[in-house]
Design a protein around this ligand. Structure first.
Ligand SMILES: C[S@@+](CC[C@H](N)C(=O)[O-])C[C@H]1O[C@@H](n2cnc3c(N)ncnc32)[C@H](O)[C@@H]1O
Length: 270
């Protein structure tokens, strides 16, 4: 994604609200990841592709007044949202950087933590993305990434049109040069650039037709289906059939939805 126009999920109020809901559903997974890493008071953190800043706000709570949070984000709309939230809270130790991971000029050896959630799967060159960030990480600091191995996705009972959703998502991510299985590539990049892999933990959430996790997926598949048709990831006919199958499952008390696998990946700079 070269600029915010090219970002395949769009930048708008509806997408901001989807990201807020998404943050609530996956918050425990992200919080547990931070607990394992040991993110603590006084840490200096960079949140790359922060979106509206939902994780950045949690990080600010963790690091307190002694620490700091910097966001790096290409969408000015999301930066403005986080600015307003920070002002409301009277936070002064926040830095807002407008730009992309691949091209941003960052301060050297500055951060204890660089965090990247649901961003690197969209970019054409994940190695370039990581390498440009690494010089800003302190020795002993951690780069922590959460992203997909999309294969966990499943809507049960199977047998309907939604079974085509995985191949559609793979194609949709690929439109921007992205990779819905990017999590499989990260360890090799970490190793190549001298990072010690300290965490690689997969997570899948599952639930019935009224669960938060299916509501999370609903906000993605029903709101983005037109974008996936427009990108050529699926046809209008198959898109409509997938949605019909989806809505039928939501009325079936025996439905189980399994999320795509999200992997926590952490590398320590030696
Ligand atoms: C799906 S959102 C995730 C937002 C946030 N990380 C979260 O977990 O809620 C992806 C974000 O990455 C940003 N983004 C896209 N390409 C980027 C790049 N090359 N460098 C940095 N951020 C990027 C988008 O503008 C968007 O805000």
């Amino acid at each position: 994604m070269r600029d915010e126009e090219a970002y395949i999920l769009g930048i708008n109020k509806e997408e901001l609200e989807r990201l807020r809901f998404q943050h609530g559903v996956w918050k425990k997974v992200t919080d547990d990841f931070f607990n394992r890493i040991g993110v603590a008071k006084g840490w200096k953190c960079l949140d790359v592709g922060s979106g509206p800043g939902f994780v950045a706000m949690d990080l600010r709570e963790r690091v307190g007044e002694q620490g700091s949070v910097t966001i790096l984000e290409p969408a000015q709309y999301y930066i403005d949202h986080f600015k307003q939230e920070s002002e409301k809270r009277g936070w002064t130790n926040i830095t807002f950087l407008h730009g992309t991971a691949e091209t941003a000029e960052l301060p050297k050896e500055q951060f204890d933590l660089i965090f990247v959630r649901w961003v690197i799967g969209f970019v054409p060159d994940p190695e370039k993305f990581i390498v440009n960030l690494l010089s800003s990480l302190k020795k002993g600091g951690v780069i922590a990434i959460q992203d997909y191995l999309y294969s966990g996705l499943g809507l049960y009972p199977k047998g309907g049109a939604f079974d085509h959703a995985l191949e559609m998502v793979i194609r949709h991510w690929a439109v921007s040069g992205g990779d819905a299985f990017v999590a499989a590539k990260i360890p090799a990049i970490f190793r190549k650039h001298g990072l010690e892999i300290v965490d690689y933990s997969p997570h899948c959430l599952a639930g019935g037709p009224d669960s938060d996790v299916i509501e999370w997926a609903d906000k993605f598949f029903t709101k983005h289906m037109h974008l996936m048709v427009a990108s050529g990831a699926t046809t209008k006919e198959l898109g409509d059939a997938m949605l019909e199958d989806w809505y039928a499952h939501r009325k079936n008390p025996d439905t189980i939805f399994c999320s795509p696998i999200v992997v926590d990946m952490a590398g320590r700079k030696m």
